[in-house]
Design a protein. Structure first.
Length: 76
């Protein structure tokens, strides 16, 4: 199960409505108010290495790919 989409698990349970209802009751993730899982990358959905400064909301890998397009320069 990924953090971005838990519905991938439901493919096999669609044929069994009683088990699907029980699974959804017990296993769907709660909405979080604080913590690491509330901060996701706006581009890829990762939760680790999150940069929220200046309103970027990118993970470090996506920031590294797009830093020159955003106007950041690497200092030596």
């Amino acid at each position: 199960m990924t953090t971005s989409d838990y519905n991938k698990v439901l493919v096999q349970l669609k044929l069994k409505p009683a088990k699907l209802k029980k699974w959804e009751k017990n296993n769907t993730p709660r909405k979080r108010k604080f913590g690491e899982s509330t901060k996701k990358c706006s581009r890829c959905g990762r939760t680790g290495g999150h940069i929220s400064k200046y309103g970027l909301h990118l993970c470090r890998q996506c920031f590294r790919d797009n830093s020159t397009k955003l106007g950041f320069k690497k200092f030596d």
